[in-house]
Design a protein around this ligand. Structure first.
Ligand code: FAD
Length: 283
């Protein structure tokens, strides 16, 4: 038997974190419970975020949108602000796991787990998200790509918790796309995934591009070389195919039980080359 703390406001959370520095935070529990069951994690006590309303929900603040760390994936996927301004994130959240996992799992849990296969992460990278970190002493904001330092590792100090994610509203990308390839069509962790934001002119020329791949490196992979190869070019199959070769060079996948490194490399390129076929986000 271990104690479970249920703070009701952030002050209570910071006080418990100071008193119980080895406690594990439990948001949806979909990763924490799996780790405890397999004995990879054996914390003295748990801090459950269930009653912390301040860490839940999605709020507009001028030109920015705040997503509370304990907001579930189903809420992110369905929320009007997210669907309107960040459809690439709505898509990532809507294909994560199964419906029960999306009802329990949270965006904060997906970020702190920092799996290269995390389905919200490529979208958050192309959206240039910042995470908000709180503690008894301060609140700070850090770009997500600096917060995640490796597979399963993030820049959280003792006494700190993730309180939310900040996104800047963008003025409408013409292509907003997320796709993952898994071993099954649904409910599978990604073998490779890609988030893409493109601005394409009326004449079909790529004016701006932001791309990020999941499951093909220790953390989400971005490549300025691939983006530069697209910018200024017509969005044709030939352009995408030649950029796809650069993707294969940029990624650094590993072999594991789900797929070989070579297969992941090819899939990462193929996700880009079929972008024109997939077309615009159909959310
Ligand atoms: C059957 C199954 C299928 C899955 N499929 C997918 C999938 O397709 N794609 C995918 O990306 N993931 C998948 N997952 C993994 C998991 O569901 C997600 O990573 C989910 O977002 C985790 O969120 P959670 O709220 O359940 O996190 P928890 O399990 O509660 O926590 C995860 C980690 O984050 C820490 N943490 C949580 N919230 C905070 C916070 N606010 N501050 C500081 N630390 C915090 C916890 O201490 C823990 O280390 C799957 C899991 C299962 C069991």
């Amino acid at each position: 038997m271990r104690n479970v703390f249920l703070p009701r406001d952030p002050e209570e959370l910071w006080a418990i974190l100071q008193k119980e520095p080895d406690a594990a935070i439990y948001a949806g529990g979909t990763d924490v419970l799996v780790m405890m069951r397999s004995r990879r994690l054996n914390p003295p006590c748990l801090i459950c975020l269930e009653r912390l309303e301040a860490l839940k929900g999605i709020r507009e603040h001028g030109e920015e949108v705040f997503i509370g760390a304990a907001t579930t994936h189903s809420r992110v996927a369905a929320h009007q602000l997210i669907r309107q301004h960040f459809p690439v994130l709505a898509k990532g959240a809507s294909v994560l796991g199964s419906a029960p996992i999306r009802h329990m799992g949270t965006i904060g849990g997906n970020i702190v787990t920092a799996s290269p296969a995390g389905d919200t992460l490529p979208a958050l990278y192309v959206l240039e998200a910042e995470v908000e970190i709180g503690s008894a002493n301060q609140t700070r904001r850090v770009p997500l790509n600096e917060f995640i330092t490796g597979p399963g590792t993030v820049g959280l100090a003792q006494g700190e918790a993730l309180t939310g994610v900040w996104l800047k509203k963008t003025s409408g990308w013409s292509v907003s796309h997320y796709e993952k390839v898994g071993r099954r069509k649904a409910q599978a962790c990604a073998v490779a995934s890609m988030a893409a934001l493109l601005n394409v002119s009326e004449a079909g020329m790529v004016e701006d591009a932001r791309l990020a791949w999941g499951s093909v490196g220790p953390t989400v992979v971005t490549s300025r070389a691939v983006e530069t190869a697209l910018i200024g070019e017509q969005l044709t199959s030939a352009t995408l195919k030649s950029a796809a070769r650069l993707v294969e060079e940029a990624v650094s996948p590993i072999d594991d039980v789900r797929a070989s490194a070579e297969y992941r490399r090819v899939v990462a390129g193929a996700l880009l080359s079929r972008l024109s076929l997939e077309g615009k986000s159909r959310l």
